[in-house]
Design a protein around this ligand. Sequence first.
Ligand SMILES: Cc1cc2nc3c(=O)[nH]c(=O)nc-3n(C[C@H](O)[C@H](O)[C@H](O)COP(=O)(O)OP(=O)(O)OC[C@H]3O[C@@H](n4cnc5c(N)ncnc54)[C@H](O)[C@@H]3O)c2cc1C
Length: 373
Amino acid sequence: MSPSKLSEMKVVIVGCGFAGAQVASQLNGKCHLTVIDPREYFHHCIGSPRAAVEAGFEKKILIPLSKAWGDKFKQGKVRSIDPEKKVVILEDGEEISYDFVVIATGSTSPFPGKIDLDVLTIAEAESHYKKLQEQINVASKITVVGAGAVGVETAAEIAEDFPSKKVTVVTNADNVVGGPFKDKMRASIKNKLADLGVVLIFNEKVTNLDELSTSSVGACTVKTDKGTEIEADFVIVSTGMHVNTEIFQEKFGDKMDERKNIKVNQFLQVEGHEDVFAIGDCNNADSVKMALKCEGQAQTVAKNIQALCGGKSLKPYKEVTDIIAVSLGRNGGAMQLKFMTFGSFVTSRLKSRDLFAGKQWSLLNQKLPANTK
Ligand SMILES: Cc1cc2nc3c(=O)[nH]c(=O)nc-3n(C[C@H](O)[C@H](O)[C@H](O)COP(=O)(O)OP(=O)(O)OC[C@H]3O[C@@H](n4cnc5c(N)ncnc54)[C@H](O)[C@@H]3O)c2cc1C
């Protein structure tokens, strides 16, 4: 690419989740920026487990995007990107031209982990959480399927606020929180869940997900492949994440791995396209997908767009590994930072109290709403 000024460049960011917001924040004011998302809000899903139980917390995890980016924000769903014409195409047919495009369409998981992409307004998203809070209030035997970080965080929030409810977590894995983490941290999570009265069942796959009470409260039996039957009246599914890359199948289908993650090179460019980047959950760059990795990826992309404009050499992305913080209620948790592990004291101060909501509102140039409880 011949040298040009970044300030004259049109940069389009497709998707404003953690990755898109980070790269937008890095480039804001430096180029002609357009940030596209179908929803009028940023979903701070890290706070979802708390919003499942605490009335008013939902307001802290739905952040208006128009206030973050002003008229640089375009509400709309992207249908495709045409790399030859250098345009992003919206569902209504509108075409937005770019010099650089950053794909940051992330991933989807069942509610309450994430919110469906067709829930477009804050009011609608709030009503989903309010309904869930009511369901959890009414239910007495709740089973969470999946013991990844999201599953155990959700179970802990319920158990902390409703000690008399029976909370069970069932997983086909042999431990909590998969990934390259220390057993010491996992042991600490299991101990804290036990203190909260959460029952953990490992190495058992739920076989009748379709028959369970996931959208309303009602007696049901969770059955596993080992013959275990768990009586429940509400079931929360915390498995089944998939990446939002179907729309790129036509143009970039040959750049996807078997899980449909977009394959990027060490500079986070989509293979074979100097001006198309992919970051966050939708690419294949990281071994474990996390919001905190998005910051490093966004910095790399912002620097590389700048470098391409100045005819300078590109910066490779380096994943930060061995880091995770798992909150277990407002005052509990466990975390790992490289070879060190920490318990509730450190984790609660770092994460559990507001689940990083304040940090995300500041990134999006706004103030966290005051407590509504
Ligand atoms: C409950 C929960 C708790 C978590 N806790 C943590 C944690 O504590 N720490 C941590 O590091 N990670 C955590 N994670 C993981 C983290 O949330 C993800 O890694 C992160 O969401 C990835 O960010 P992203 O921007 O790539 O994708 P997403 O957050 O999924 O954002 C993608 C965005 O793209 C938009 N989009 C999708 N399709 C289109 C389209 N066609 N056109 C335009 N826009 C589109 C979506 O509306 C969305 O806004 C948690 C995940 C969950 C579910």
